[in-house]
Design a protein around this ligand. Structure first.
Ligand code: ADP
Length: 533
């Protein structure tokens, strides 16, 4: 392993200009309940070889055309894990040419849907076989707890590919009536070359949400990984190759947003774009798509999701669920329950217990068993979060616990809880994307409905109540793509995910994702002998 360290200089002055761009998505279920303390010692050796660092284009691992590489860093230390080929516009061109040829001339869209489904199933079997190795790569590159990668995320990835393998041979059109002597049918056809740009917070899950449905529908793909986390997608590309995916069907380019990402979004030969990332970058890629060939775009963007705890809630359960809703994945979830609204009657008790729970959270080397929280993904995120914490303090919120860096290397942050948070504070408005819980007090349902919806985002919402009528009412009036009642972050292959308002366009997962990757062709045939009808 290389030992070069990239320095991370903490900004000491608070500046709103470094307030940032948001982040992305997630899933999971269940909570961890550990009680032993973990200290930050020497990093544990992940015990996994880095086998793939080059771009995957046309079924082969190749260097970037420029020969350039960039370092991918260990969030535990800032040390270099590996140098990875840095794709740019020329590599995107090569990848799009390969995907174009595979779509226009290759076997993938032409083979039977059953054959396609068998390849996806073989890939899922290989994921299962290499589960732990893939999980180690994911944790090393991203910093998330290994137990989360190995027991939740990679198995979920396998599940998603099996789910979409099941869809491959069940995609078909309809017949439709017409006011005239016509036979009308619809054909559901693959859309062509799909461009996909993914973030770093769930590198392989975001890969699966996009690649699974695109392949099931018979498309070919050029996918750009996030610059912070290139390793796991390259590894699984090799498994696709082993599973028998024809060359050129899936191309994976590592590289940066303004170069490789922008080239993909604006490419004239890409037929569709799917993006997950910040709302700012989402706007940029939408413009690039519009200014180039008007390719359709699906966007999964930021959030500032309310988690509403009503007066009849079981406080202990609500504290645990609200804690999970915010702190899961180091708080790096686009759908994090990042505005914890608590009814005034239980507010004081809730704050005391939320503070105690956060103070008990086990932060440490993500490869250590029992660790609940690893480091933030990189120095930029780390600085951004600490600046938001400073903003919370300066704007008058009460810092109940945390608020500081943990240790003296890597990007660890103490689990942080603010109470007395007001709607107009930045920590209540912006996506922090870190382990910072903001607790707000409310008096009645009308008030909390208005405040919960008073945001530019609309990705998710949580409700904690035992009253069916309250749950039903809130569910209907909250403007969000997912509503979790007495639970949070429950994800499954068949459950759609996506946002209202500036949280995005379209839905991923489930049956809804298929329409992102299909064209509908209406076929109208004149009937020769209409009098027989
Ligand atoms: P974050 O702030 O979480 O890094 P971004 O939205 O910037 O979120 O990044 C998500 C993905 O978008 C990454 O793969 C990144 O490289 C890519 N990206 C960033 N800027 C651009 C851009 N101008 N055009 C296309 N893709 C971009």
């Amino acid at each position: 392993m290389a030992t070069r360290r990239i320095s991370c200089l903490l900004s000491r002055t608070f500046s709103s200009s470094i307030f940032p761009r948001g982040r992305n998505s997630v899933f999971s279920r269940g909570t961890y309940n550990y009680s032993t303390a973990v200290s930050l010692e020497e990093p544990i050796n992940p015990n996994v070889d880095i086998k793939f660092t080059r771009l995957f284009i046309n079924g082969q691992f190749v260097d970037a055309a420029s020969g350039k590489t960039f370092p991918t860093l260990d969030p535990r230390t800032g040390d270099v894990i590996a140098n990875v080929a840095e794709g740019d516009a020329e590599d995107i061109n090569r990848a799009v040419s390969a995907a174009r040829k595979a779509f226009d001339e290759g076997p993938w869209p032409r083979m039977t849907a059953y054959e396609r489904s068998k390849i996806l199933l073989r890939f899922a079997d290989l994921l299962e076989k290499h589960n732990d190795e893939i999980a180690a790569l994911e944790t090393w590159d991203n910093g998330k707890p290994y137990e989360q990668s190995a027991k939740v995320e990679i198995p979920m990835l396998t599940r998603l590919f099996r789910y979409y393998a099941g869809w491959a041979d069940k995609i078909h059109g309809l017949t439709a009536p017409a006011d005239g002597p016509y036979h009308v049918q619809t054909l559901h056809e693959p859309i062509g070359v799909a461009g996909q740009i993914i973030p770093w917070n769930f590198p392989l899950l975001m890969f699966a949400w996009k690649v699974g449905p695109a392949l099931a529908c018979g498309n070919t793909i050029v996918l750009k990984t996030a610059e912070q986390t290139p390793l796991s997608a390259l590894y699984v590309s090799s498994l696709f190759h082993e599973a028998g995916l024809p060359a050129g069907v899936l191309n994976v380019v590592s590289g940066f947003g303004p170069t490789a990402g922008a080239a993909l979004a604006s490419h004239m030969k890409v037929d569709k774009l799917a993006f997950t990332g910040s709302t700012e970058t989402g706007k940029a890629v939408l413009q690039l798509a519009a200014k180039s060939n008007l390719k359709p775009v699906t966007l999964e963007l930021g959030g500032k999701s309310p988690f509403i705890i009503c007066e009849d809630a079981d406080v202990d359960k609500a504290v645990e669920m609200a804690h999970f809703a915010l702190f899961f994945n180091q708080g790096q979830c686009c759908c994090a329950g990042s505005r914890t609204f608590v009814h005034e009657r239980i507010y004081d008790e809730f704050v005391e217990k939320a503070k105690a729970r956060a103070a008990k959270r086990i932060v440490g080397d993500p490869f250590k068993n029992g660790v609940e929280q690893g480091p933030q993904v990189d120095c930029d995120q780390f600085k951004k979060i600490l600046n938001y914490i400073r903003s919370g303090i300066e704007s008058g919120a009460t810092l109940e616990t945390g608020g500081e860096r943990l240790g003296n290397k890597g990007y660890y942050i103490q689990p942080t809880v603010f109470s007395d948070v007001k709607d107009d504070m930045l920590i209540a408005k912006d996506e922090i994307f870190g382990p910072v819980q903001s607790i707000l007090k409310f008096k009645d349902l009308n008030e909390v409905i208005q405040r919960a919806n008073d945001t530019r985002y609309g990705l998710a919402a949580g409700i904690f109540t035992q009253n069916l009528d309250t749950a039903n009412t809130l569910t209907r009036v909250l403007r969000a793509g997912s509503v979790w009642i007495n639970c949070f972050d429950v994800f499954d292959a068949a459950i759609p995910f996506g946002g209202y308002k500036m949280s995005g366009h379209g839905r991923e997962k489930g049956i809804y994702s298929l329409s992102n990757y299909l064209q509908v062709k209406a076929v109208i045939t004149a009937l020769k002998n209409p009098t027989w009808l």
